[in-house]
Each structure stands twice: as structure tokens, then as C-alpha cells.
Design a protein around this ligand. Sequence first.
Ligand SMILES: *[C@@H]1O[C@H](CO)[C@@H](O)[C@H](O)[C@H]1NC(C)=O
Length: 162
Amino acid sequence: MNPNLSFLLVVLVAFAYTLAYDCDTSSAKLVAARFKPHEDLYQKIDDLVKTKHLHAAYIATCVGSLTQATIRFANQSDLTTLQGPFEITSLVGTLSDVGGHHIHITVCDGAGKCQGGHFVGGLIYTTAELVIGVAPDLAFVREYVPPPDSGYEELVVKCATP
Ligand SMILES: *[C@@H]1O[C@H](CO)[C@@H](O)[C@H](O)[C@H]1NC(C)=O
């Protein structure tokens, strides 16, 4: 066959396939785990996402406690390491083995005083119970958005390659 014609056919088939592929998110799945004292919660989440090759996931819930938490407070460039013990009262985030993770945490101390921000690391005190939701048909990737809008790599939601 004429090489130009073959190329055209390949392009047409690929295009038709892209149109036909519906990026349906109704089939979300769940993954659950319990992590133990002295483990780093961020590292365990990262390990889980990479081991299971999750391209688009999110933290459905996480409850537990930390002895320390490393957080970047809002609009700060430096990290702050807080000494606990703390209850994890909120953990939210989008997770991806291709686009990386974006996780925010709130931790509260023995006086009930709470602090929170962008989560990058934390040592588990007694336990961390984690449930992750997975969207098998999506891929979370990130693209740099310059200031003044952002200055960070921001989320772009794509259809996963079937
Ligand atoms: C964020 O921090 C920068 C640098 O310190 C500062 O110039 C800017 O005004 C802050 N933004 C807001 C909304 O406070």
C-alpha cells in the first residue's frame, strides 16, 4: 500500500477511536490500607499509588494520629515541621503516579488547637486508616501555570489511555 495512504488510515483509525472512547468515571474503585507507628504517612501514600499504578486517585478518608507533621502553610515558600502528638482531623488530596500528589492536612494537638496546610510528610503515632478512591478511566497530570495566576504545576484531568 502507498505509505502516505497507510499513514492516513492510521491517523483516521486513531481519531475515530479517540471519539468513540468515553472517559466514564462511574466505575470508581476503592483501595484501603492501615499504616503503622513510625511510618511516614506521605511516603506510604506515595508507595501505594506507585505500586498500584494509580493514574487518577483521591483520598476518600484518612483518620489517625501523627507525632510530627511537615506542612507548607498558605502562600509560604518554606516548610514547617510541627511536633505533636496530633490527631489527623482532615486529609484531602488528588493522587497520581504520573502527575504527582496534591495533599492538604489539618492536625489538632492535645489542647484542641488545629493547624493545616500543604502536606509533605508526617510520622504516624498510633495508626493511620486510609481509603483511596480510584478513577480508572482518568489520568491526573500537571502543567505549569505561571504567576500571577499560580506559579505551580496545576491539575489537568485527562482520559486514561485505554
Ligand atoms: C503571598 O506572598 C507574597 C510573598 O511574600 C506576597 O507578596 C503576596 O502579597 C502574598 N499574597 C497574598 C494574597 O497575601
